[in-house]
Write a protein that binds this ligand. Structure first.
Ligand code: MTE
Length: 422
């Protein structure tokens, strides 16, 4: 019996088996190179840097991250080619992350693309006819949709595997600010694919960015690209051209990017220039050796490629902030999930001995976050540990520890937030 195509996990496991047996086509990379990378990452190897190595590199790269927008230090922490939003700077900013506060995750550097010259080419064996091109104005003339959705890096929270759980991981040492929520306006990818003549035999949809090719360990991985199962591509994915009511800015994908609701950020390809619609399974480095889970808790070949984001909470407060004793402080924060909406948040101000329910300021909504608050009058001076723990609509609760994987993806544990009462 054919597997249910709407089941992402079954889809991805099947694709992994197909690739391993040589039955999935590697899109734009030699099988030899893929195997080399695959082996390197399975061994927690050189594709990534340890968090300590990454931190060392981050401090030297901070001057030229390849990002266009200003990165004031009170708003961003620059990490290599990326900029993390400082959560404290979101306090009082509203539900949407202001565009000038939105984190940036670039594999290379932000390209400057003129919308007037931009074309989107849709091509491949999964179409019933030949390639079809769309210009920017043609895309904007299609029926539009607007949605409030987060984009979050799969490695958001990665540094806590090391600082909180004492485990080694590779990759950018994010704290919790590799996430942002924006109002995205664009067209449904499904509408574009239908106009381009997607056939019933289409299997995978592969958007590719126009930024520079990515070179890792001497292997040119080509341009950033990650296949979407056709079921996801035809379901809720957007081709967005506006962010928070303005044309997409350069760092966030101008003129057009993919937004894949709830899925790991790599699925939301920026600066999209072409989309291959394939009639056979596709694999790229972004769903073979990267963005999978490797480690003791996972099969030797790694988990299925990552799809949905996990459950997280963050205080809108600097780590190590000082708070006045005997005075009322309103603790605020945000919680979000790529699965069911967050319906409850509990806060502890005594490292987990007691908990109280925080007040939610937003209706729980899929693909977005909820803001929350709770008052606190600290009486004891000295160090204290704050915790925030979200529960989603299915009853899933953030656990005390996250299951380790070598690349530090999908950290979902409650984060210990140190403060000092003075
Ligand atoms: N698309 C392209 N073309 N190049 C990239 O480097 N980074 C991905 C994704 N899309 C990336 C990309 C990753 S890993 C993430 S988390 C999101 O973009 C980040 O989106 P943002 O920079 O708008 O916050």
């Amino acid at each position: 019996m054919a597997p249910d195509p709407s089941d992402e996990i079954a889809y991805d496991r099947r694709r992994l088996r197909q690739w391993a047996r040589g039955r999935a086509r590697s899109a734009g990379l030699e099988r030899r190179d893929l195997l080399k990378l695959f082996a390197a990452v399975s061994a927690a190897g050189p594709l990534g840097l340890t968090a300590t190595e990454a931190a060392a590199r981050e401090s030297t790269d901070a001057a030229s991250p390849g990002i266009v927008k200003p990165l004031p230090p009170e708003v961003f922490t620059v990490r290599g080619t990326n900029a993390e939003t400082n959560f404290a700077s979101l306090r009082g900013t509203g539900l949407l992350t202001p565009t000038d506060h939105f984190f940036v995750r670039n594999h290379t550097a932000t390209p400057r693309i003129d919308a007037a010259d931009w074309r989107l080419k849709v091509w491949g064996g999964g179409l019933t006819g030949g390639p079809v091109e769309f210009g920017y104005d043609e895309l904007r003339a299609l029926p539009s949709v607007s949605r409030t959705l987060f984009v979050e890096c799969a490695g958001n929270g990665r540094s806590f595997y090391t600082t909180q759980q004492g485990q080694q991981v590779t990759g950018t040492a994010w704290t919790l600010g590799a996430v942002g929520v924006a109002r995205w306006r664009g067209v449904r990818l499904a509408d574009v694919l239908h106009r381009a003549g997607i056939g019933r035999h289409a299997v995978d949809v592969l958007p590719r960015g126009l930024d520079d090719e990515v070179v890792s360990n001497g292997v040119n991985l080509g341009r950033v690209r990650r296949p979407l199962p056709v079921t996801k591509a035809l379901d809720d994915v957007l081709l967005a051209y506006e962010m928070n009511g303005e044309p997409l800015p350069p760092d966030h994908g101008h003129p057009v990017r993919v937004i894949a609701p709830g899925w790991v950020g790599i699925s939301s390809v920026k600066w999209v220039g072409d989309i291959e619609v394939s009639d056979e399974p596709l694999y790229t480095p972004w769903n073979t050796d990267m963005y999978r889970l490797f480690g003791a808790a996972y099969p030797p070949g790694g988990s299925a490629p990552l799809t949905r984001q996990t459950l997280k909470s963050a205080f809108e407060l600097a780590s190590g902030a000082t708070l006045p004793a005997h005075r009322r402080t309103v603790l605020t924060g945000r919680s979000w999930s790529g699965g069911a909406p967050v319906r409850r948040v509990d806060v502890s101000t005594d490292a987990g001995s007691t908990w109280r329910r925080a007040r939610l300021h937003d209706a729980p909504r899929r693909g977005s976050w909820v803001r929350w608050s709770t008052p606190w009058v600290p009486h004891e001076r000295g160090p204290a540990v704050l915790l925030a723990r979200a529960t989603d609509a299915t009853g899933r609760v953030q656990p005390p520890t996250a299951v380790h994987n070598t690349q530090g993806y999908l950290f979902d544990a409650v984060v210990r937030h140190p403060v000092t009462v003075v």
